[in-house]
Design a protein around this ligand. Structure first.
Ligand code: ADP
Length: 161
């Protein structure tokens, strides 16, 4: 069974993330979406909340599992039996950093490859931080966030303007 891991902060999961999840779930037998701890970022949603939001928007995808981890990604993948890390590539700015991480992860765990899926053109410039910025100005987010989590986002952005 081919298991892939899609790691990220997902704070919150956007339509761009969901597009990558759907496409990767079509390619692999099982896709584990893993909310990773990033000590450098102060998140809007807790790790558990982010997991819950992703579970809700992927409930129609039976081969998608949602998890969270504070482990090193290469170690996490080994523990889960994952052989591929899936990454979404937006404009060229993602490339340098992702390329370096892919090489490092492969060195730490030689059984692990990274596969890049190019962002769909309408999501090319979409990131969780853009959504947070637009949300704070009251912009309509229906092109950027999965419909079912917009109310959760609106509630949170009011609490933390
Ligand atoms: P963000 O940059 O939105 O905070 P994350 O750090 O959670 O996103 O990113 C997780 C993964 O999803 C990364 O591989 C990132 O390149 C990818 N990704 C993020 N936004 C998009 C998008 N709009 N289209 C395709 N891939 C994306």
């Amino acid at each position: 069974m081919k298991i892939a891991i899609y790691p990220g902060s997902f704070d919150p999961v956007t339509s761009g993330h969901l597009n990558i999840i759907r496409r990767a779930a079509n390619i692999f037998d099982k896709l584990i979406v893993c909310v990773m701890v990033n000590a450098g970022k102060k998140p809007m949603f807790t790790q558990e909340e982010r997991v819950d939001l992703i579970r809700r928007v992927t409930k129609d995808l039976p081969n998608v599992e949602v998890d969270c981890s504070a482990d090193l990604l290469a170690e996490y993948a080994r523990r889960k039996g994952g052989c591929v890390i899936v990454k979404g590539l937006r404009a060229g700015s993602d490339f340098e950093n992702e390329f370096q991480m892919a090489l490092i992860n492969h060195k730490i765990n030689p059984g692990l490859d990274t596969m890049f899926l190019t962002a769909e053109s309408q999501y090319m410039y979409l990131s969780s931080s853009t959504v947070k910025e637009l949300g704070s100005y009251g912009v309509d987010l229906s092109d950027f966030l999965p419909e079912e989590i917009i109310p959760d986002f609106q509630k949170r952005i009011k609490i933390n303007p």
